[in-house]
Design a protein around this ligand. Structure first.
Ligand code: EPZ
Length: 416
């Protein structure tokens, strides 16, 4: 079982480059199933989640190949139209293949994605979209099956919650449907826009991505396309917080500042200085971290995927901060682990009260989930002494060689 060992107290400095966005590339890899032609995706991060979805589509018959950070996929003939338990239980984003399979083949069988430790993670909105498009949905022995006889029909779908995955799955189902589909109360995340750009490069007709109403004019077929994946705003935000908590001064390459507006605004409130340098950002940590209140919201609000990381920062603030998690019901598991490092956090349902403490001390801790693990790294970078983080596999799902990148910024961090 691999661990990360960090000796804290080093202010980070230097340059680090952000990889392609995990949450953009996962739906885009699913979308390659919509065509029998070859797709070339550049800037694809080597993450466990990416490996999992590439293994899944290969298992179904797609040909895949890597050169550096470029992934090619040719889903010419698929001999399996199902995602088995082993794949989906490892990564719920496997569920994103349902829309493409339904669109191209008229059928899909996907194992019900379990919940995960940040919440129940239902898929009711995905299924509502598919049935509005005309699919018959059945469940048997833990699998969801969707079938449609004479093709999906464009329609209007209202999402009770602006679900990222549901918006993406429905977009991919509708892109080959007969007629116009309007998704209302759609998610507006940048990853939705990146998927829409890829679908349009394939010959799709998607408009309104990044707003609350996404319209998809169905087409008869899609061709292969090349695409460069957008940078990962959550990875960038994670390094920004690491610079802030260590009082460092770093330059982050490969960011789209627009995507980081809520994170930049909140970090500036804590006293960090953030200078926009075109393709990058310079982040200077504050002398004194000011307490702030944070409420996570769907984009363009403060991202839930940055909540754990900023919680770590605020454990060192000069006062009390209130953090409200409105997106997932159980996303404070890192609080217990941070408390073992001396943090003072009181969690009550979807709210955490964080009382700043003069310092954190290194301890043996365990990553509870992907971003919770990142939060522990951030705390370890600022703690006195040594922090040992177990269950690093959670972190490897979403961060490409995080210890190499942090070491290049001067951190004393090793994987053992
Ligand atoms: C995506 O998950 C991301 N994952 C998550 O990132 C991210 O936290 C989340 O969006 C919110 O931004 C990927 O893109 C692969 P949702 P997703 O559907 O699509 C409820 C990370 O750390 N909901 O927007 O699963 C749900 O319960 C991961 O990189 C329904 O009620 O998120 C949750 O409360 C973690 N019914 C809320 O919506 C549904 O059918 C947000 O979920 C679907 C969702």
């Amino acid at each position: 079982m691999e661990k990360l060992v960090i000796r804290g107290g080093v202010p980070l400095s230097g340059r680090v480059r952000v990889s392609g966005a995990k949450n953009a590339v996962l739906p885009i890899i699913a979308a390659t199933l919509l065509t029998q032609d070859t797709c070339r995706l550049e800037g694809v991060p080597r993450l466990t989640d990416v490996k999992n979805i590439v293994d899944l589509i290969s298992h179904m018959g797609a040909e895949t190949g890597w050169e550096e950070e470029t992934l090619t996929v040719t889903a010419h003939r698929l001999h399996k139209l199902e995602a088995p338990y082993e794949c989906v239980s490892r990564m719920r984003a496997s569920f994103l293949i349902m829309g493409p399979l339904l669109a191209r083949f008229g059928q899909a069988r996907v194992c019900l994605p379990g919940g995960c430790n940040i919440g129940t993670r239902p898929i009711d909105l995905h299924l509502k979209g598919f049935s509005c498009l005309g699919a018959q949905i059945t469940r048997d022995s833990g699998y969801i099956e969707a079938r449609v006889k004479n093709g999906l029909k464009g329609t209007r779908i209202y999402l009770d919650f602006p679900s990222v995955g549901a918006t993406e799955n429905i977009m991919m189902a509708a892109v080959l449907a007969d007629g116009l589909t309007r998704i209302e109360n759609a998610a507006e995340e940048p990853e939705i826009v990146d998927l829409a750009n890829f679908l349009n490069a394939m010959g799709g007709r998607v408009s309104g991505a990044g707003t609350k109403v996404v319209s998809i004019e169905g087409v008869s077929a899609l061709k292969g396309a090349n695409h460069v994946v957008i940078p990962d705003r959550v990875e960038a935000g994670t390094y920004m917080v690491a610079a802030a908590i260590t009082g460092g001064d770093i330059y982050i390459d490969n960011v789209i500042t627009e995507h980081l507006k809520p994170v930049i605004a909140k970090l500036e409130e804590t006293g960090a200085k953030i200078l926009n340098g075109g393709q990058g950002l310079r982040v200077i940590g504050p002398e004194r971290i000011e307490p702030v209140n944070v409420m996570t919201l769907p984009y363009p609000g403060f991202p839930t995927d940055m909540q754990a990381q900023i919680t770590s920062l605020l454990t060192r603030a000069n006062g009390t901060s209130i953090i409200t998690e409105t997106v997932f019901e159980n996303r404070f598991m890192h609080a217990e682990e941070l408390a073992r490092m001396g943090a003072d956090i009181c969690v009550d349902g979807r709210t955490a009260i964080v009382k700043g403490v003069p310092g954190l001390c290194g301890a043996k801790v365990q990553a509870t989930d992907l971003r919770g693990g990142a939060a522990l790294i951030i705390a370890g970078l600022a703690a006195t002494g040594e922090t040992e983080i177990r269950f690093v596999h959670h972190i490897d799902r979403g961060y490409e060689s995080i210890e190499r990148k942090l070491s290049s910024l001067g951190a004393d961090i090793k994987r053992i």
